[in-house]
Write a protein that binds this ligand. Structure first.
Ligand SMILES: *Cc1c(COP(=O)(O)O)cnc(C)c1O
Length: 469
């Protein structure tokens, strides 16, 4: 299996060569040259596998330059009960009216980003050891991604993490989660500024190519293909648990921000997994819902991006969307390149002539949810089913309810646990979310964090002093 760029300007290269890269050199995103297909026989033979075993099978279709046995060891080390707080790794939890939650939040940071990141942590260590090199991950976070990366890479050989976060702007739970890590290779830098200031410092340092090369800087952002492929696995897992025959269809509803999670669903469906619909749910930042309704893609400015009560979905543009558009236009890299050029020029593009394909060919439908919807959905699920869902998952359930069909299980991806967003839970049901037992002493653990001014040069010297070379 080789990978090419959505904009056509990259020679086909194997998985391990795209692993540590961000954008392709031509500004596009890496995609597999062709989508591997699964047969009914394969699906039937996968029913008895554990999550880790299934992950090795599915990932083996995308990663052909790592021996099967090694891959199975990596997935075994990533997906087990020492890391995940549930014996099934991903439990399915039925609600009423044909809806079932797919529990993707049993990992160390209580959000679905652990699903891909834990595998990435194993993979990075493996590849860096074999290449005899090191990597210093530099990133900015306002919550979920940064902590998932830190928990996945803590204590791993050959890699360090430098994670910038806006001082005083994360919840007490998020701070405790990140700053209680005492591992030497994890560096929390709390910057006097807002998230965008942190992001600007990261951009400035990674854009300094000499510095980037000398200090082996890398990133683990949402466009990383290894993350997308690791997420494909749970679509297979959930389908295998929710069906008993190989022809039975299910639909998935996915709370979406950067289009990473649902893109993995699109890949699973393109591989031949019997998925009827992919239901995209956004919050008030509805740039994607708008696309699937109108065919016009029109990213927002920072001022037009609202801070909502499902904050991990507060995006202005959807960084993985280009990979779907590539398939939508018939995998024509020239067309993708032209579309993104017109996006640069005009701030939007119009694919409304392809609208009939969105649902008919690709199964996509969309909807959006508001703060009031989230509160109402959290409350109603709690009252009907005695299950507490987080605000992001609530966006998914709200939109899923519009698209349930008789005889087709509707699987909603649970993207976080409510304990992470307890203020909104309090508002919805009048009481806080329970903290999982194994995390109850988190707030009292000692914290390790370096506070610094919002100044690129201060961050640069910190990295110079602490990077692994
Ligand atoms: C990241 C995140 C999302 C959005 O996922 P995308 O892959 O960006 O679409 C939704 N919910 C939670 C809790 C998240 O952390």
């Amino acid at each position: 299996m080789k990978y090419v760029s959505t904009r056509g300007g990259m020679a086909a290269i194997p998985f391990s060569e795209i692993l540590l890269e961000g954008l392709a050199r031509d500004g596009g995103l890496a995609v597999p040259e062709s989508i591997p297909q699964v047969s009914s026989e394969m699906l039937a033979s996968w029913r008895s596998l554990s999550y880790a075993e299934l992950a090795a099978k599915v990932l083996g279709l995308f990663i052909t330059d790592i021996p099967e046995q090694d891959l199975a060891q990596l997935t075994g080390a990533a997906y087990n009960t020492r890391v995940f707080n549930n014996e099934n790794i991903v439990p399915l939890k039925p609600l009423s009216n044909g809806i079932t939650l797919v529990g993707l939040s049993e990992g160390p940071t209580l959000a679905f980003k652990d699903m891909a990141m834990q595998f990435l942590g194993q993979l990075f260590e493996y590849v860096l050891t074999r290449k005899n090199t090191t990597l210093n991950i530099l990133g900015a976070t306002s919550g979920d991604t940064g902590s998932a990366a830190e928990y996945a890479l803590r204590g791993k050989k050959g890699v360090s993490v430098f994670m910038l976060s806006p001082a005083g702007r994360m919840s007490a739970f998020q701070r405790a989660q990140m700053f209680s890590l005492q591992d030497e290779n994890i560096h929390n830098l709390s910057v006097h500024g807002v998230f965008d200031d942190c992001q600007d410092i990261v951009k400035a340092l990674s854009g300094d190519l000499a510095f980037k090369e000398e200090f082996h800087l890398g990133a683990v952002n949402s466009i990383n293909w290894a993350r997308i492929s690791a997420q494909v696995v749970y679509y297979f897992w959930a389908w295998l648990r929710a069906t008993s025959t190989e022809s039975q269809q299910v639909s998935f509803a996915v709370p979406s921000g950067n289009f990473g999670n649902i893109l993995s669903g699109h890949i699973a469906r393109s591989m031949g997994l019997p998925i009827r619909r992919l239901v995209l749910a956004t919050n008030e930042n509805n740039v994607l819902e708008e696309f699937f309704r109108t065919g016009v893609y029109s990213p927002r400015s920072a001022e037009q991006t609202y801070a909502t009560s499902s904050p991990s979905m507060d995006i202005s543009k959807a960084s993985n969307f280009e990979r779907f558009v590539y398939d939508l236009v018939g995998r024509d890299a020239g067309k993708v390149k032209a579309l993104w050029e017109s996006l640069e020029r005009n701030g939007s593009f119009d694919l409304s002539e392809l609208k009939p394909l969105f649902e008919e060919k690709f199964g996509f439908v969309g909807g959006q949810s508001s703060h009031a919807d989230r509160l109402q959905t959290i409350k109603s699920v709690y009252e009907q089913d005695n299950i507490l869902i987080d605000p992001h998952t609530a966006d998914g359930v709200k939109v899923a309810r519009q698209f349930t069909e008789e005889g087709i299980p509707m699987l909603v991806l649970e993207t976080a646990l409510p304990a992470k967003f307890t203020e909104t839970i309090q508002e919805a049901i009048g009481q806080p979310a329970p903290v999982p037992e194994h995390l109850q002493d988190l707030a009292s653990l000692p914290q390790k964090v370096t506070v610094m001014d919002c100044n690129t040069e201060h961050v640069r010297s910190y990295i110079q002093e602490h990077a692994q070379l």
